[in-house]
Unconditional design. Structure first.
Length: 222
């Protein structure tokens, strides 16, 4: 009986050691995979930085598939003064706002506070032929046919540069705020120069998300 118990205890011990070893191997494999992913991401970012399109970047990735977050920085926070980017470097938010603006529109649609298939003129009091027959959904998808007040400025098309709101603002009023209505008026000016895209094909334009922001304000705060 005593010998039988000893054998049983040994078998249990071997089973525990086997499970512990398997878990340890799995954890080790997960750590190695995370390191591999981090290395691959860093390689791609360093490659992009070397092309000169981007000055610097900070990265944070968290996922249940990773044993630990991927957290690092490459390049410069201030390239002119050779100040290195750090993981916690602050950047201008830029077009990241488009992500949660689009999400806010969809949430308001789900709540019945707006309908993405409605024309934007149901929410904005604008009497302009370029804004007629444009829906909220088209603004989200950037298929309104409207041109942008920034990305469609073109030195080879001098008309776009004449009385440019953006350049006047940057040169004379850098600390001031431009109202969305003013940006929309500038976008209409640029659209008049090029003509609206009647086919409504995809065209990246900040104008669309200025419109969406104005609609969100109207629905939520008016």
């Amino acid at each position: 009986m005593k010998k039988s118990r000893i054998i049983t205890y040994l078998l249990i011990l071997l089973l525990v050691l086997s499970i512990t070893s398997a878990c340890s191997d799995k954890e080790s494999s997960s750590i190695q995979q995370a390191q591999f992913n981090k290395n691959k991401i860093q390689e791609e970012i360093i490659k992009k930085l070397s092309e000169g399109d981007v000055a610097g970047v900070s990265v944070y990735i968290e996922s249940p598939k990773l044993s630990e977050p991927i957290f690092f920085a490459e390049g410069f926070a201030d390239k002119e003064n050779l100040i290195k980017a750090e993981p916690l470097t602050k950047y201008r938010i830029g077009s990241i706002t488009k992500s949660f603006t689009g999400m806010a529109v969809l949430m308001l649609h789900d709540q019945g506070l707006l309908n993405i298939n409605d024309p934007i003129t149901e929410y904005l009091d604008y009497k302009n032929p370029y804004l007629e027959n444009i829906t909220i959904k088209e603004a989200v998808n950037m298929t309104t046919g409207l041109k942008g007040y920034i990305n469609d400025l073109d030195e080879e098309n001098p008309k776009t540069m004449e009385d440019s709101l953006l350049y006047d603002f940057l040169e004379n009023y850098p600390g001031e705020k431009i109202e969305p209505e003013t940006l929309l008026e500038e976008a209409i000016r640029i659209t008049e120069i090029y003509g609206i895209d009647e086919n409504k094909e995809f065209h990246y334009s900040n104008t669309n998300y200025i419109i969406l922001g104005m609609i969100i304000e109207k629905v939520c705060f008016c």
